[in-house]
Each structure stands twice: as C-alpha cells, then as structure tokens.
Design a protein. Sequence first.
Length: 368
Amino acid sequence: MSDPILKLRPASETRWDCAALGEVMLRLDPGDGRVRNARQFQVWEGGGEYNFARGMSKCWGKRATVATALPDSDLGWLVQDLIGQGGVDMSHVVWREFDGLGRNTRVGLNFTERGFGVRPALGVSDRANSAASQLRPGEIDWERLFGEEGVRWFHTGGVFTALASNTAEVVLEALEVAKKYGVIVSFDQNYRASLWKDRGGLDAAQALNRKIAAMTDVMIGNDHDFVVCLGMEIDGLVKGLEPTDPKNFKTLAPQAVKAFPNLKVLATTLRAVRSASVNDFGAILWADGAFYEAPMRDGLAIYDRIGGGDGFASGLAYALMENLGPQAAVDYGAAHAALAMTTPGDTSMVRLKEVEALVKGAGARVIR
C-alpha cells in the first residue's frame, strides 16, 4: 500500500473516527408540493456538517460525534431522536434552557422544496436565534474531545462559520485545539453572500476564511468559493465555462496550495443543472500535485439534490481514512453523492456496498 496522503491518528488511539461542528436544523419537506400552500410536511434533520457525520456513521460504519447546541424542548428532543437514528453521538451537544416561547433559543427550521423539471429547488430558512447560532468559545470542551477522547478527522464548514461572529470564534477555537492534537481538518467553504451581508461582506469573509485555510488539511469548494472566500485573483480563469468543466479548478488549485502549503487535498463536485430533475454530475480532486476525476454522470436523475455535496465530502473522507488513494476518494465521494440524491431528505440513506457497486459500474438493476 502506498504512503498515505494524510497522516491520521490510529483508530486504536481514538474514541472517534470523526467529529463535526455545525447547526442541526429540522427540515420541513412538502413532498411533491410547494411550501406556500402545503397542508402537511415530512420532517427530517439536516445540516451540512451533521450530514457529513451521519454519512460517516450510517454509510461508512465510522464512529461519529457532533458538536452543536439545542434547546431543552420538544423540538430539541425531536432533533435528538433523529440524530440518534443516524447513529451519531451527542455527548458534545450543549443543551440550552428553553423559555417556553423560543425568544431565548430555538431549533432552526428549513422549509425545503426539492423542485421538479423547470421548477428549481427552494429553501426557506427560519433559523434566527437558534441554539447553535448562539454557541460561544468555551462552551464545548475541545480538550476533552480532541485530547482525552481523541478524534481522527474533524469537519466543519462555511455556513455555520458565517452565522455570527461568535460561531466564527468557536470554529477558530476548535481548529486550534484540533491541530494541537494532530487531527485532520476538512472545511467545506459553502459561501453564502446573504450570511455575510450584515457582517462586513466579502472582506470580512475572506479575512476569516484565510485564517481557517491556514489550519485546514482538506478544502472543499468550487472555483467560485476559492476566489470569493480566499480572495484569490488568478490570471487565466475562463468565463462562461460549462459548470462541469474542471479547467478553472485546475488553475486555482496550485495557487491555493502555494498560498496555503498546509493544504493536502482540494476537491469539488462538478454539476451542470439541466433541470431540477436532471443534472450532469462529476467531481475532481487535487492531491500530491496531481488531479483525479470521477466519471461524469451525464443526465443523472435527481430526486432531491440537498445534501449531495455533504455525501461527496463523507465519501472522500472515508476513502482517504482507509488509505484507498486519491482516485478512490473522488470516485467514492461522487458515487455516494449521486446515490444520496436519489432519496428525500438532507441525509444519506446509502450503504457501503451500494457505493462500491456504483463505483464498479453497476446500474439500476435489481440488487439481490
């Protein structure tokens, strides 16, 4: 077996294969209908960082824990029950006293339409003053998590980081302790302009993301994320490329590594939206000075695209954790994402054997 790209702590020396930091919301799904005239909703749990941890647990069979905050209320307990079904540990969750009305703390809600044909997916967030958005430095015992218990891989992302100045401080606090104990760090840039509008805009986003990039091993994001989040101004970028064309990513990746030599792996999905129900979908990864691409799945049927990127991230992490190599990492990530988008909800309902079968070229034949 070749030398590993990432030097992870041995599983025997750690309690957790992965830990994730982020907000866990309730997704209210109107099914095939619209939020605006729904009479019933199906309830899922979801959140980019948590989705990663759940995938690591349910698909890849890894020991996963989540760091977040929830109100001590019926809705908080509902999230607790859903997370429990996902097999993710909650011993690092901060529970907040609830005032009975939700003025002091609440569960974030995300009303989400999956879209169909010419009607795109739609997300309507109702998450202000959520318990997770109020997390502050010192509330989660990172020394206990990373030092005493031990973690091999830590994952967080740009949405949670951008919720408030205090959540950004929590991320930086966590990263400093994680690096102290040799934990591999992955960060999904996931830039959202609306979250930075009242927090200093691009300049503030770039200043923070550059601090984070300096402590990250695995950076996930498309060419737009690298330019916007890290403030790169790269000559040679081509405007008007198909979203599935990796040319700009191949231009940016070496520049990102030059600016942040600590980065070991860069990766992104490649998606062209033909309709809400049909996408062309692939992925590309950079490691050790070389690029690796997953097969492009043209005309991929999409049932619910939300969470596909998180599925990609967890598949990539699993393959690297198992030292399967960079080609397997991008293949497993892309296959897991493609399968995750065939079911409703933010979280993956996929098993390892299904991913392996798709990587080997299996189609939609009956599995016996």
